[in-house]
Design a protein around this ligand. Structure first.
Ligand SMILES: [Zn+2]
Ligand SMILES: [Zn+2]
Ligand SMILES: [Zn+2]
Length: 804
């Protein structure tokens, strides 16, 4: 073997050999111990791989390689999330058609991914823009439609005038488009396709109790679902009591204090309710609000609103209360109307103060009465007042009692609400799978027959979105003119495309079945490989991608296509990489380009260095200085193997250290604690120098444990030791638990000759670590009392004396 470790040469060699020998390809049908490890497939931006990928993917790969060494048949596929607005906007910027651009960016991405040395199975790649894939995306749409889970409805949506498309609430940051800082997002009311994910809210929430996911991710999902218990209460209109306005409230106990009502300005009844005298003011206000986006509406501080002139009847008190409209009520949630209880809700309190509306206290805390004045809304515990025969009841009990009382009078019922809203699928853009629907004047909405899939995305010159909000495909007559599949008359295709999040909500289901062109999912392969064993990705996807994936999986389960309802057995969120203490960004000029580091140091050094930056699940701070240390470590391993004497016998101390290292590294790898596993590898290589020489077992254990992190050098050194098969065909080393127990010694600690404490340390602990442990002892610390240590004596295994 070469004297010098040259990453460029050996990495190119092993990447070639892995390809030629199909080392990373799994026979998905034949293998016996399937293990599916998944990384979040990237969207192939033209800028290429960024450092976030270079941190995330190796972390998944290390886990996959570790499982493989444990004897599993590991399937580690990858794909490209290449449809969608990111890709399309980039193409627009370059003045190119995404259809021409995407294949080149995918090629570039493949090359870069390959350089990272991932154990990716290149024979099961998914590309969401390939008709062979989006045909099945459209098929899923049809299944959901047939089962009432895809519906068309009018809804207020966020509209970015620059993107010229609908945005999800999560894409609106402080009222501006996430992609276009400085661009105010508007609100539009349009007909769109929605998936009724809200029907699954309860299940999506309940399953979080048992799925093995990062807690932070589960918390984000719980908050996004936002379950609240309360009541639905009907308020009859004073002018027409047979009509009622329904509200949802989590505080039915305060209904006696409901002093007025507020409706969303876009509520369908507003026009009808507004009296002649108030009609103009109402119309003007509605127009103003329509220009605001939904997110800043939720955050408005200044209270605005107008009176409609109409009144409702409070079903508890039977009194007339005025009906207002105000921007702080959204049509999107609940019923689009609220009962306002200014005494016990701060928002209502502020509103009532601005517009001089009555504030009626209905809860009194300890020591207060019905007449105690309120300086602000009171939302704490207490007993009911001003509430007829409920006076004196505690808040919690009153919630149930009042709900039941209203129900018995036909004026309300208990109800659970969710913050989660239906998933808007329609995008008025070009770069996505056409939604497979047809509108016929005779037959209405007609789904495209499954046998006609895919509805191909046509090649068009002008794919730019425009301000009309009409999709680019609506300008292509040859696309939208189609014979109705039911009656044969000329009909019109849907011209919107579907949201990219639909592409990514099922890609992991497709990987094992990529060879099947006649079905979306091969039943046998799906049973064998799914659900995914370990999925690792960024927590920024906690609520969109990960929630939608769960929903699609549940829906396909209910439709009989899957026999499980949760897609990922284990999900772990990884952390983020920053640079020199700051978030990486182009404007700061501190973006790390992985290619440059791969050129300079090679993949093994780069992978190990990235994983050593900090706990994988927390992230770390990228500093150039650290890389040299990782390189020195690998140089050291290279030398150890080169200089190894096959006839050497390892000392008892070295054998023990190796058993301990195996146990530690194995534990760490199970939990994705890569940084501490690498530290343990480094300790082992130091122990070899200290207690050497290593025997064959020690050297090979070191290589096997290094292999998940630095696969190329591990293969090279494994081969140099005479093996003719891949190191990943070998097995993870076994430790003997009895030999991992550290022998410990109790050491007496003296300060100025007097015994002040006793510490327990490993028998072979170094002088520095014994001194450090002695000074850390609480009793000893108290004696030293911050004074400098002038002298010290260490008797190994017995005594420390500190002179201060
Ligand atoms: Zn935008
Ligand atoms: Zn028809
Ligand atoms: Zn991402």
């Amino acid at each position: 073997m070469d004297e010098r470790y040259d990453p460029a040469v050996i990495e190119a060699k092993w990447q070639r050999l892995w390809r030629e020998r199909r080392t990373n390809t799994v026979d998905v049908r034949a293998v016996q111990r399937p293990y599916y490890t998944l990384m979040m497939f990237p969207y192939p931006s033209a800028e290429g791989l960024h450092v976030g990928h270079a941190f995330a993917f190796p972390g998944v790969d290390i886990h996959g390689r570790f499982r493989r060494l444990q004897g599993f048949d590991v399937f580690e596929p990858i794909g490209f999330d290449a449809f969608g607005i990111h890709s399309e906007n980039y193409a627009l910027k370059l003045g190119k058609n995404p259809k021409q651009l995407i294949p080149t960016t995918i090629e570039n991405f493949r090359r870069q991914l390959n350089r990272l040395g991932l154990m990716v199975d290149w024979e099961h790649v998914v590309d969401t823009t390939s008709p062979d894939y989006y045909r099945w995306t459209q098929w899923i749409f049809l299944q959901l439609y047939k089962n009432g889970l895809a519906v068309r409805k009018k809804a207020p949506v966020n509209w970015c005038p620059v993107c010229q498309t609908v945005l999800a609430n999560e894409q609106v940051i402080d009222g501006e488009c996430e992609r276009h800082a400085g661009t105010q997002v508007e609100q539009r009311l349009t007909e769109q396709w929605f998936f009724t994910i809200t029907k699954y809210a309860e299940r999506l929430l309940k399953n979080l109790d048992w799925i093995d996911w990062s807690e932070t991710t589960k918390t984000a999902q719980r908050n996004w679902i936002g379950r609240s218990e309360g009541a639905e209460i009907d308020f009859p209109l004073a002018a027409a009591p047979e009509k009622t306005i329904r509200v949802f409230t989590t505080r039915p106990d305060t209904v006696f204090g409901a002093a007025y009502m507020v409706m969303a300005p876009e509520h369908a009844w507003v026009d009808e309710l507004a009296t002649a005298e108030h009609r103009r003011a109402v119309a003007a206000y509605r127009e103003r609000v329509a220009k605001m986006d939904l997110v800043s509406r939720r955050a408005v501080k200044e209270k605005t609103g107008v009176f409609t002139g109409a009144y409702a009847i409070n079903p508890a008190t039977q009194t007339r209360i005025p009906i207002w409209i105000a921007d702080y009520v959204l049509a999107e949630y609940g019923t689009g109307a609220v009962m306002a209880v200014p005494a016990h809700d701060q928002r209502d309190f502020d509103f009532a103060q601005v517009f001089d509306l009555p504030i009626i206290r209905v809860i009194a805390a300890e020591g207060e009465t019905a007449d105690t004045p309120l300086a602000a809304a009171y939302d704490g515990d207490g007993r009911l007042v001003n509430s007829a025969h409920f006076n004196g009841t505690e808040v919690e009990a009153a919630k149930h009692a009042i709900t039941e009382w209203l129900a018995s009078r036909g004026a309300g019922q208990a109800r659970v609400e969710y913050r989660l809203h239906d998933w808007c699928i329609s995008r008025q853009r070009y770069w996505g799978p056409p939604i497979p629907m047809i509108y016929c004047e005779q037959c209405g909405i007609v789904p495209v027959p499954e046998s006609d899939l895919p509805v191909m995305l046509p090649d068009i010159e002008d794919f730019r979105p425009n301000a009309s909000g009409v999709a680019p495909l609506a300008r292509v007559r040859s696309f939208y003119e189609v014979a109705c599949p039911q009656c044969g008359h000329m009909a019109r295709r849907e011209t919107d495309v579907s949201d990219t999040f639909l592409d990514s909500a099922w890609y992991f289901l497709r990987y094992p079945s990529t060879a099947r062109h006649d079905v979306a999912l091969d039943p046998e392969l799906t049973r064998k490989w799914l659900p995914v064993d370990t999925y690792i990705g960024g927590n920024e996807h906690a609520v969109l991608h990960l929630m939608y994936s769960r929903f699609i999986t549940m829906a396909l389960h209910d439709l009989g296509f899957l026999d499980f309802e949760e897609p990922f057995k284990r999900f772990r969120a990884h952390g983020l990489i920053i640079k020199d203490g700051a978030k990486m960004s182009k404007s700061r000029g501190n973006v790390v380009n992985p290619d440059q580091y791969l050129d300079q140091h090679g993949a093994d050094v780069f992978r190990m260095y990235m994983m050593f930056l900090g706990p994988y699940q927390d992230g770390g701070d990228f500093r150039d200085e650290g890389i040299a240390g990782t390189r020195r470590f690998l140089d050291g391993v290279w030398r150890l193997v080169r200089e190894h004497d096959a006839s050497a016998r390892a000392s008892e101390a070295l054998l023990r250290a190796t058993h301990r290292a195996i146990r530690k590294i194995q534990d760490d790898l199970e939990q994705l604690h890569y940084n501490t596993a690498i530290a343990a590898l480094m300790t082992l290589s130091n122990d070899i120098k200290r207690w050497g020489p290593p025997d064959t077992w020690v050297i090979e254990a070191l290589l096997l444990m290094l292999a998940p992190f630095a696969p190329h050098i591990a293969e090279e050194l494994w081969e140099a030791r005479g093996h003719t098969t891949s190191i990943f065909a070998a097995r993870w080393p076994q430790f003997d638990a009895a030999l991992t127990i550290e022998e410990r010694a109790v050491i007496v600690v003296q300060v100025n000759g007097k015994v002040r404490g006793r510490i327990e340390v490993p028998r072979d602990a170094s002088e520095e670590s014994v001194l450090a442990a002695a000074q850390a002892d609480a009793a000893v610390k108290a004696q030293i009392d911050g004074k400098p240590i002038r002298r010290h004596v260490v008797v190994p295994g017995r005594l420390v004396n500190l002179v201060v």
